[in-house]
Ligand binder design. Structure first.
Ligand code: SAM
Length: 240
């Protein structure tokens, strides 16, 4: 890894109040290497340059650490994790979380298992399936302190996919791009039906990036009624 990029990553992590050590930086680089290797024969990401991966995938994923939600021993499910964002960067920055990665594409789950073992994590849970189906499974439903998602669906759809996984009192951490006001407005009905409240809208400034990203944090106030999530495909076809 170039020393300049390693230092950029170190500084970015420190700015997000993460306790950085060399092992953490080595794990991030190993993750990038496996990502670039697998990306040659499967579609994982358009971003492969070291500096870009560090900023647009790794630092973007872990900006939430500065707000104190990602604590030791909590359980987190990353819904529609794809190539592992933001879940794997959370785990690299705090190996004491209990992490579940869920995605509907089997190939991506196989890739994630390879990443997990390459960077020395044997305790990640991998689920191949639709968020709608596992959200109705009692082993997963209302069993997590935090659900998180990045770049999976519009906000009203994501709320229906993610909130059922969270315990009452837990949080949904949603990573979004620059313009979120309209999506928040369009999600009022979903928030009401699913019993969540928007508690924080956090501006994220990443190195080299002109536009600010947003992290939305929702708190779950009530149990989710049995009806949600609806059957696979329904939330996106007919959003709340
Ligand atoms: N979160 C990653 C990121 O930020 O790079 C991946 C984003 S990718 C654009 C969206 C991922 O969500 C894909 O891997 C897709 O298979 C998964 N996905 C979409 N809808 C899903 C659903 N209903 N259940 C499970 N996974 C889903």
């Amino acid at each position: 890894m170039s020393i300049e990029n390693r230092e950029l990553l170190r500084k970015g992590l420190i700015d997000f109040k993460i306790d950085v050590d060399d092992n953490m930086l080595d794990r991030f680089e190993k993750y990038r290497e496996v990502l670039v290797e697998y990306n040659k024969y499967m579609n994982l990401t358009g971003i492969t340059e070291q500096r870009d991966v560090y900023i647009k995938h790794f630092l973007d994923s872990v900006a939430i650490f500065k707000n104190g939600y990602i604590m030791d021993d909590i359980s987190i499910i990353d819904v529609g994790t794809g190539a592992g964002f933001p879940g794997i960067p959370y785990k690299i920055c705090n190996p004491n979380i209990k992490l579940t990665l869920l995605d509907s594409l089997k190939k991506r789950i196989n890739f994630l298992k390879e990443v997990g073992s390459s960077i020395g994590f044997e305790d990640i849970e991998y689920i191949h399936g639709r968020a709608e189906d596992f959200g109705q499974n009692l082993n997963y439903r209302e069993k997590h302190d935090i659900a998180t998602a990045r770049a999976v669906a519009s906000l009203p759809v994501l709320l229906e996919l993610c909130v059922p996984y969270i315990k009452v009192g837990g949080f949904f951490i949603c990573l979004k791009g620059p313009n979120v006001e309209n999506e928040i407005e369009e999600s009022k009905n979903a928030m009401k039906i699913l019993g969540v409240k928007l508690v924080e809208k956090i501006d994220v400034q990443l190195p080299d990036e002109e536009l600010k990203h947003n992290i939305l944090v929702f708190k779950k106030l009530e149990k989710t009624t049995k009806k949600y999530p609806r059957k696979a495909g329904k939330p996106s076809k007919n959003p709340l």
